[in-house]
Ligand binder design. Structure first.
Ligand code: NDP
Length: 420
């Protein structure tokens, strides 16, 4: 039985807290704390009505390490689940080291003033976690998260060696708005408007873990430069574009024999036109500008104008399909699979009160906490998801509402049906 502290009260938290409550045989006490306590109370009320489980709530500033460490002591928490924003990763990791408890997040650290995300600063805390005798689990959402576990499962159980991975993230949900983002708008737009990047093994690559990513193995592309039409099983054809995504950094280090790994996400043309227009007029700027004597950051102002992602649940219809095309060798023969999950937005909402993107992130966040609570994943230091045995996590995905499937493909086969 574990005592869990969840930080953040947005869409992902709604699902993670609900699912933790649904696993109250494992999580004996759950405290939900965030900047705005009323949002925690709303989630707690929803869960009490649906599941009859009591959630404690508290106000916290996650940027304040000492305040978080005090809250940990007060609640007696043994695991902290960070579903606030990537800006808070470092302070929350420090609080866990200080209070000597385990840490989990779903997105890697970003500095508010620099639209760049990488694991360097979080991996650098490995020694501190080791000394404190606690575990830091990075990226326990869907992508990163389940996608890492899919790759680990393939490496550990299905292939002798993996050579190529394409991670595909398709959201075919429709919320009916002309423009909205399905998770935090600031984080989402920073990610999508950045240059793309993928990893390709060069002759001299060392594959050493925790080295700087800035080497000649990374191929940089302009935003949306590489794209094609991909025929997603159970969904259909969608325009998919190459993006940089954080799991590429850890998987390129941890998957043996890898020659190339890329990440693609689907975007409708209307979303891209809106985003380009917002970018062209300066609304995606992350620096301060002066407006009528007041300093504002344009992308933060835009967040105020856009629909709250947590409010999209009631109006989103359609499905997501996220998975990995993995190609390699088994028993001397070439092998290729597509391993994926399909999630229905309306079903997610009916169950948890949140749409599919929050659901596909919140469920694995809870499973990561459950792996640690049950001692199925253990260790001292900072780890990425693929560094543990994938099997117990894969079993939980099936039990907790994210069932996965495997399609055996012909080696070299592609679902690509055309250029954009
Ligand atoms: P939201 O913006 O909906 O929620 C974020 C929550 O964090 C809000 O409740 C917010 O408080 C709270 N928060 C922000 N700053 C602080 C602070 N300083 N102190 C305390 N609380 C704070 O985001 P989402 O729920 O959509 O996303 C949550 C996380 O999940 C993000 O890190 C996102 O990047 C990640 N994510 C990961 C995915 C994956 O597959 N790995 C996919 C999608 C999202 P307030 O309500 O006051 O604003």
């Amino acid at each position: 039985m574990a005592n869990l502290l969840i930080i953040g009260a947005g869409g992902v938290s709604q699902v993670a807290t609900y699912k933790a409550a649904a696993n109250c045989d494992v999580f004996s006490k759950i405290t939900l704390a965030s900047r705005t306590k009323s949002k925690c109370d709303k989630i707690a009320k929803f869960i009490k009505e649906r599941l009859g489980v009591e959630i404690q709530t508290a106000q916290i500033d996650a940027d304040d390490t000492d305040a978080v460490a005090s809250l940990i002591k007060k609640t007696g928490a043994e695991i902290l689940l960070n579903v606030a924003l990537p800006y808070q990763d470092l302070t929350l990791m420090d609080a866990c080291v200080k209070a000597k408890i385990n840490y989990i997040d779903t997105a890697n650290y970003e500095h508010p003033d620099t639209a760049k995300f990488e694991y360097k600063l979080q991996w650098a805390k490995d020694d501190e976690f080791k000394k404190a005798g606690v575990l830091g689990l990075l990226g326990s959402g869907f992508d990163p998260g389940v996608t890492n576990v899919f790759c680990a499962y393939a490496q550990q159980y299905l292939f002798d060696e993996i050579h190529y991975i394409d991670i595909l993230d398709c959201n075919a949900g429709d919320h009916g708005y002309a423009f909205a983002t399905n998770f935090n708008p600031e984080i989402n737009l920073r990610e999508v408007s950045a240059n793309g990047r993928y990893w390709k093994k060069t002759h001299n690559s060392t594959n050493e873990r925790k080295t700087n990513w800035k080497n000649d193995e990374w191929v940089e592309t302009k935003p949306m430069e590489i794209g094609f039409k991909w025929n997603y099983p159970e969904i259909g054809v969608k325009d998919s574009y190459l993006l940089y995504h954080e799991e590429l950094e850890s998987l390129s280090k941890n998957i043996k024999g890898l020659k190339q790994i890329r990440f693609f996400m689907t975007f409708g043309q209307s979303y891209l036109t809106h985003m380009k227009c917002l970018e062209n007029v300066g609304m995606l700027r992350i620096d301060e500008v002066e407006h009528n004597g007041v300093k504002i950051v344009p992308i933060q102002f835009l967040k105020t104008l856009l629909p709250d992602p947590a409010s999209l649940g009631a109006r989103t219809k359609g499905k997501t399909n996220i998975g990995c095309v993995i190609r390699g060798v088994k028993d001397g023969k070439e092998k290729q699979i597509y391993i994926y999950n399909v999630c229905d937005h309306e079903e997610c909402y009916a169950q948890t009160g949140a749409q599919g993107v929050s659901y596909t992130t919140g469920v694995p966040a809870m499973i990561g906490a459950k792996m640690i609570a049950l001692g199925k994943w253990s260790g001292k230091g900072v780890f990425n998801m693929e560094e543990f045995d994938a099997k117990p996590f894969m079993d939980e995905l099936n039990k907790q509402g994210l069932p996965w499937k495997i399609i055996e493909m012909k080696p070299g086969e592609s679902y690509k049906v055309g250029e954009i």
